[in-house]
Design a protein around this ligand. Structure first.
Ligand code: ADP
Ligand code: MG
Length: 317
């Protein structure tokens, strides 16, 4: 087993100018390793570059520069092997409406060169819950069923790596549960899973490791547990009576800053100091406290603080 399912070095993508649009730098030189066997989350706001990254992995978008290895195979040196190692469930619901569900899976298997005898069409139909729709045309399937079919298509060649691009954006709870149950089963059987999402709870629940991507760059990369530990970071906002000439020294606080309106912002870690101790230190410095508020950050805040500036500024609004 490869140690890393995916190895990405210096990956850049510039979409060429078209129709009056300027060229778009979508990926700014990304380095990222994704360990084999994990459920890996690629998190980021709309336009961050998640689909671009995934579509490059899938061979659907041509990179501008950089190196991509999939299951040890360099995409440029061994395109066939690297393509065979990965299956992608795309974000967009594009499929051939004139094929039946069964035919869609068969055609896809053919594209990947899976011999007839080795096709698992019936098994896949069962897994995605479309056995009774096997002979229905894709255009007659509901949105949720089409999505399930897209998952099935990603699996026809039994890829070691399964990539799901925003699989649950706008889907109902039932489909979401069905997807996650399948993802967990595939992962338990050894498939490396990469999923993009902008739902933080989802990443928290599903993923062992997370990379946060914004404006075409990876801004955080950690185990989910370590990212959650950042939640230990808290913020206390103290509004003083009148103007405070000097910021009080509070040993134990991570940082002390002054907001535009004069409020004092204390970033601290729950494990190191309490809000009460900070208040005591502020009063001991001779500051009269008019108002106090605190913010309980969650992964959303960590995300916001990484993507749009200081946590303190967020908390203070
Ligand atoms: P995400 O999946 O994180 O929402 P995308 O990878 O789809 O982000 O897009 C990243 C950036 O690249 C965005 O600014 C988007 O507008 C731009 N982009 C994506 N696809 C194209 C394309 N085919 N041509 C030009 N620009 C594109
Ligand atoms: Mg996308």
């Amino acid at each position: 087993m490869a140690e890393n399912a995916i190895e990405i070095e210096g990956l850049r993508k510039v979409y060429a100018a078209s129709g009056g649009e300027k060229p778009k730098l979508a990926l700014k030189g990304i380095d990222l390793n994704i360990p084999a066997g994990s459920i890996f989350g690629l998190l980021g706001p709309n336009g961050a570059g998640k689909s671009t990254l995934i579509n490059i992995l899938a061979g659907l978008v041509v990179k501008t520069a950089g190196r991509v290895r999939i299951w040890g195979f360099d995409q440029d040196v061994n395109p066939r092997q690297s393509r065979a190692a990965i299956g992608v469930m795309p974000q967009e619901l594009n499929m051939d409406p004139f094929f039946t569900a069964r035919a869609s899976l068969d055609v896809q298997a053919g594209l990947y060169g899976v011999p007839k005898a080795q096709r698992r069409t019936a098994e896949i139909l069962e897994m995605i819950g479309l056995t009774d729709k096997a002979d229905a045309y894709a255009r007659t399937l509901s949105g949720g069923m089409r999505r399930r079919l897209l998952l099935g298509k990603a699996l026809v060649h039994q890829p070691r790596i399964l990539v799901l691009d925003e699989p649950t954006a706008g889907v109902d709870i039932e489909l979401r549960q069905m997807l996650w149950a399948n993802v967990r089963k595939l992962n338990a059987a050894g498939t490396t899973i990469i999923l993009t999402t902008h739902y933080l709870e989802e990443a928290e629940e599903m993923c062992d490791e997370i990379a946060i991507i914004n404006h075409g760059a990876v801004i955080a990369r950690d185990s989910t547990a370590a990212l959650l530990q950042r939640l230990d970071a808290k913020t206390l906002v103290i509004v003083p009576e009148g103007e405070v000439p000097h910021l009080p020294a509070v040993p134990g606080a991570t940082s002390v800053t002054r907001r535009g309106d004069g409020a004092l912002i204390f970033d601290y870690r729950r494990g190191r100091i309490t809000a009460g101790a900070i208040l005591d230190a502020v009063r001991a410095a001779g500051i009269v406290v008019r108002d106090v508020s605190s913010a309980d950050p969650n992964l959303e805040d960590v995300f916001l603080s990484l993507t749009s500036g200081a946590l303190a500024a967020e908390a203070a609004q």
